[in-house]
Each structure stands twice: as structure tokens, then as C-alpha cells.
Design a protein around this ligand. Structure first.
Ligand code: AMP
Length: 199
């Protein structure tokens, strides 16, 4: 059982690293942002409720987000662990996740903080806006998302640090190098790649 969380500002590369780590450790990557976007695309009731917040770069209310993640973590593929990307984002969500995991006698094993300079992430998101046209990658919305991160999410790093589960990783540089840094930090904490474990 490997329970991981990737935390960091928008544009730090969480989604890219989450996909790679999920494959390497054979656990599902769970991105609340992806789940919300797919609900918006499919015109679900949840999507309709979330869309205005997302377009403005605000957090979707905790009540909606917490319900969504409870359902997702209860699915069978999470039995072997999971990698959370973009949840929790507020102290209320931390409480909710703690409660959910405690109910299963569990807790997060490692919280990986991807550290990235704000100027660099703004530039990355500008590029993503040009290439993928995500509606919340518009420059003003990006600046607001960074503020929301600073005000509501950055304090979570201290909470996890005080629990002794935080690994701070430099998120800048080549994608492969960042992945290598993360796997090394996880190995230091006793979480090894499945193929390495079986050798
Ligand atoms: P992301 O893909 O993680 O950048 O998320 C895109 C958007 O989805 C955010 O700007 C929020 O509007 C919403 N969102 C994603 N995850 C959460 C969360 N844990 N809590 C609240 N809103 C979220």
C-alpha cells in the first residue's frame, strides 16, 4: 500500500509527474482537477456546479470536492494505494482526508512538494494556454490561481512537514530529472519501485 500526495503551485508539473509516478508505482493517479474537467466536458450536475469556480481560478467548495474524493478513494483500484494530485488544497480538505484514511486505519505515507518559482510557473502556464487552450490558463486567472495556492494551499505544506511526511523536491529542470529526484526521495523513505522490490 503506497499512499502519496503531490502538492505544489499550478504549473509546477504535478500532472506530468503524477502520470509517470502512477505508472512506475502501479497506483492510480487521482487528480480532482481532471475529474472536475471531465464533469464539465460531460455536462454533469457536478460539472455545472464546479465550472464557474474553475473558470475564475477559485477553489470549488470543499463540500463538493470532499464528496467527490470520498467516492473516488472508495473505488477498488485504490486498494493498492493511490497518488493524489491537487487534493487536499485546503485545511478543511486535510481534515476530511485524515478522517477518511483514519477510518481505514491509514494515513499518507509521503507528501511530495514540487517547488517551483512563480515566474517560471507563469511562463509554463502561458505555454500550456497556447498549446492546450485550458480556459483557466488565461493570464489573469493564472495569477489568481497562484494567489489561491499561496493563501489556501501553501499552509498545508507546514502541516505535513510537522507530521514528518514531507519531501521537498525541486520541480525545475528536465521532466526525467524531476522524476528521478522524486523516486530517490521516496526510496529514502522506504517506498521502492515495484520492479526494484522484486529484484
Ligand atoms: P488543477 O487541475 O489541479 O489545477 O485544478 C483545476 C481547478 O479545479 C482548480 O482551479 C479548482 O477550481 C478546481 N479544483 C481542483 N482540485 C480542487 C480541490 N482539491 N479543491 C477545490 N477545487 C479544486
Amino acid at each position: 500500500m503506497t499512499r502519496l500526495l503531490l502538492i505544489g503551485p499550478p504549473g509546477a508539473g504535478k500532472g506530468t509527474q503524477a502520470a509517470r509516478l502512477a505508472e512506475a508505482y502501479v497506483i492510480p493517479a487521482i487528480s480532482t482537477g481532471d475529474i472536475f474537467r471531465s464533469n464539465v466536458r460531460n455536462h454533469t450536475e457536478l460539472g455545472a456546479k464546479a465550472k464557474a469556480y474553475m473558470d475564475a481560478g477559485d477553489n470549488v467548495p470543499d463540500s463538493l470536492t470532499n464528496a467527490l474524493i470520498r467516492d473516488r478513494l472508495a473505488e477498488a483500484d485504490c486498494d493498492s494505494g493511490f497518488l493524489l494530485d491537487g487534493y487536499p488544497r485546503t485545511t478543511d480538505q486535510v481534515r476530511e482526508l485524515d478522517e477518511f484514511l483514519a477510518g481505514h486505519g491509514a494515513s499518507l505515507d509521503v507528501v511530495v512538494e514540487l517547488v517551483a518559482d512563480p515566474d517560471v510557473v507563469v511562463e509554463r502556464l502561458r505555454k500550456r494556454a497556447r498549446e492546450h487552450g485550458r480556459s483557466d490558463d488565461d493570464e489573469t486567472v493564472v495569477r489568481h490561481r497562484l494567489e489561491v495556492y499561496r493563501d489556501q494551499t501553501a499552509p498545508l505544506v507546514g502541516i505535513y512537514d510537522s507530521r514528518g511526511v514531507l519531501a521537498k523536491i525541486d520541480g525545475l529542470g528536465e521532466i526525467d530529472d524531476v522524476t528521478t529526484r522524486i523516486t530517490a526521495a521516496l526510496a529514502d523513505r522506504g517506498i521502492v519501485l515495484p520492479d526494484a522490490a522484486s529484484r
